[in-house]
Structure formats: structure tokens, C-alpha cells
Design a protein around this ligand. Sequence first.
Ligand code: SAM
Length: 284
Amino acid sequence: MGHDKLRKFAENETFSCLLQPTAEQVLSKGYANLTDHPVKGNWIGQMFGGHEGDIILELGCGKGEYTLELARRNPDKNYIGVDIKGARLWRGAKTATQEGLRNVAFLRTRIEFITAFFGPEEVSEIWLTFSDPQLRASENKRLSSAMFLERYRSFLRRDGVIHLKTDSRFLHEYTMAVARVNSLPILACTTDLYSDVLGLGTTAGVTSLRGSTLPQDQTSDLPTEVREVKTFYETMFLEMGLPITYMEFKPFKEGPYVNPRDPEDFDTKHWREVEGTRRSFGHK
Ligand SMILES: C[S@@+](CC[C@H](N)C(=O)[O-])C[C@H]1O[C@@H](n2cnc3c(N)ncnc32)[C@H](O)[C@@H]1O
């Protein structure tokens, strides 16, 4: 391991906003029966100094751009960035410490273990920012699959929402299909978030569904932070000229979640081809 990483890992131990449970703590009873962490149901008291307010998660936060900026803008709410990579979390935790942001925490864990850390109704929103689309892997690895929605349901409020911002048209269309087959309300959706920065007035490909009249081609009521906050990966993809997609939906439902049927609901082969070389290029 490089010297810089070692230095960051050592400094991580000093950040009070960073929780780094060991895998053994969570897995002492095995994968099928995760051990609850003491912070579960107690984030406000244990990590936010009793600061009451909604809790919002950024899953796969990397350096935590959304966690930090949303926390600066909304001091009445509490934000938690989750990632497995310590060197990336170091950036977020360092900034939060330097700025004295008391409504920010970071959690270093695999997202697969997330149910061990949050209690019923403890979380009100989830941001998925540039998540790995898992193009070739089992769909159960995608953070918007039925399996993950099942996990989120154990701690997300019934009226909670999920934001998905990505450069991956594959993941965007997959998540739209998940929402459709589970009859989950989609609040906003665009396949090209920044297309109207060219001054076109209306935004091609954007549908905002918040209003009762289901207005088309209106983006004014998208949360402003969707365009104003850019993550590390997003900046990279924008420099490459790639369109950024966004959707917001309400994941709560009664009964089991289902994955989209292939190809009727989501044509995996087709969307892999669309993504194809562009995506693998993006990841190099
Ligand atoms: C493409 S990066 C995006 C990072 C950041 N959100 C951004 O936009 O710059 C995906 C992030 O998800 C994290 N990640 C992927 N799978 C994960 C998992 N199963 N558990 C925790 N973190 C994961 C990676 O470590 C990485 O930081």
C-alpha cells in the first residue's frame, strides 16, 4: 500500500465523523444474519450530537460531494456518506472536520451490509450518485435492484425518496424498469440533465412528474442541487461530453419487490449495446 494511503488511513482513525466498523463486527453470525451495529436507530444521539433532523444517505459516496454540499445547504438535516473505500472517505471526512460540519457523518462499509446500520424509518432519502452499473454482473448487485430496495425498505420512511444520478443510460433505464414493474411513483426523470444549459428553453428528454397535471418538458421543480452539485466522477464524465441522467422515485410498496423481466420489461442485451464501448472507455 502506498505511503499516501497509509497516511490517510491513519488519519481516518482520528475523525469523529467517520465510523469504520470491521467486517467481523457485522458478520459474526454470518451473511444471512447480520449483526446490528450499536449505532442502528441511534444516529442522532451517537453521531449527530442530538441534532434532530431528517437523515439522508449518499450510497457509494466516494469523496462525498453530495453529502458535504447538501449538509452545508441544509443545516437542519443530517447527512451520511457510505462507501467502502477508505482513501475516498478520507477526503469527505477531512473536509467535514475542517469546516466543522456537525451534520455530516461517513460510514465505511459494504452497502450490502446497510441493514445492520439503520433502524425502521430512520432515513428519509437516499442518493445514488454514479453507482457502478454492474453491466455484466448479476442484477442483484445493482443498487436499485429488487434486492436492494428490499433492504432500503427496512429503514427508509414510507414517504422516502431515492435519487439516482448517473452517466449510465443502462442503469437509468434499468431503474426506470424496476420502478415501472413495481408501480413505484416516479417524481422526476431526465436522460440529459444539462441539455438546456445550451439555452434551448425547454429540455428535451426531461419529464417532471411532481405537479398534478403531469407537465412535460419542465425542469423548474427539479431540486436545484441536482444540477448545482457535481461529483468527482460526474465532472470527469462531463469533460468527456457524456450526458448525465437523473431520476427521483418513491420506493415504498407493500409486498415483495420484483426485478424486471428480460427482455419484456428491460432488454439487457440492447441496453448493454447502447452503453457498450462508451462506458468501458469512461471507466478507464
Ligand atoms: C463510480 S464511483 C462514484 C463515487 C462518487 N459518488 C462520485 O460520483 O464521484 C462508485 C463508488 O461506489 C463505491 N462502491 C461500489 N460498490 C460498493 C459497495 N458494494 N459498497 C460500498 N461502496 C461501494 C466505490 O468504492 C466508489 O467510491
